[in-house]
Design a protein around this ligand. Sequence first.
Ligand SMILES: CC(C)(COP(=O)(O)OP(=O)(O)OC[C@H]1O[C@@H](n2cnc3c(N)ncnc32)[C@H](O)[C@@H]1OP(=O)(O)O)[C@@H](O)C(=O)NCCC(=O)NCCS
Length: 286
Amino acid sequence: MTPRTALSPELTLDILGIAPEDRTDCLSLLEGQAAPAVEIVLAHLTARLGSADDSNPELGTPEIPVTEMDWISAMLRFAPEVLAWHADRGIPADISHATVADLGRNMAINRRVHNRFGMDTYKWLNHVFSGRIYQLGRLQYLIHQPSAEIPGVGAGEWILGVHIPEGGGLGADAVNGSLALATGFFAEHFPEKPVRTANCESWLLDPYLSEHLDSASNIAQFAALFTPYGTPRDEPTDAVYFTFRTRSMEHLSELPRTTALQQVVLNRIDAGGAWQLGFGFLRLPR
Ligand SMILES: CC(C)(COP(=O)(O)OP(=O)(O)OC[C@H]1O[C@@H](n2cnc3c(N)ncnc32)[C@H](O)[C@@H]1OP(=O)(O)O)[C@@H](O)C(=O)NCCC(=O)NCCS
């Protein structure tokens, strides 16, 4: 397929928030015709944009394997389509641009984690490229139908999944300001999917974390906004990844223990404990 190309490559990279050190690699991925593997990803992104299908299959065939670079190339090429789709829905440009800038943020994180160009979280970016997630102030909101039971949420009901990108603290003003934006935004731009409830699935909602951090900390105050549901699930690497941006669980003794969070995360593992994913919900402000 041929995406709309009204935007120059340079402007596209600006909107996607691509950092200076990643631009040369991105520009070379945008050069020339899309390779067959990139076409496979483009076809997937085209089918998913605006679709309720959030399945995330492995792409490619033995003859045409699809790599991380093919995903990045396809997403860069497809960005003008997503921006046009947002604009068709009347989504303001500042929200549209803040939303797609998740790509540059994830690329920059990848450089910190692996010290090279790439984006090992490319599957996460499917949410952005399918038009399901929006950055409203400090937080991101994924409009979805939950697969688990949540108190007060009916079968098939749409809810907002709250996600916390890095970039600044989680102060109450920023969080409450963002939540206040969410209801109105989705009522205006997705009236066919009314939402009353938000949920959060995160290591930040592991009950152990709030019990061991200052109750006045931003993290503990954020967690307290949510009513727990379900049973926390072992997810041993999340706390290490999000605190230290390393995928390795080896050499943990070499990591810094400067902040209260760093100490809590490592002390629990030293004591033989495992970090978990906690689940919570809240009713959205009207
Ligand atoms: C979630 C997040 C925004 C909270 O930041 P915050 O508002 O500054 O957190 P708090 O003010 O509650 O911090 C409490 C303590 O933890 C420390 N801390 C918070 N985030 C930290 C981080 N990423 N790395 C190291 N220490 C951190 C603070 O310095 C403070 O310690 P101190 O009292 O010794 O100074 C931040 O941790 C972050 O960006 N995390 C990555 C994104 C993430 O985890 N998303 C959820 C994915 S499911």
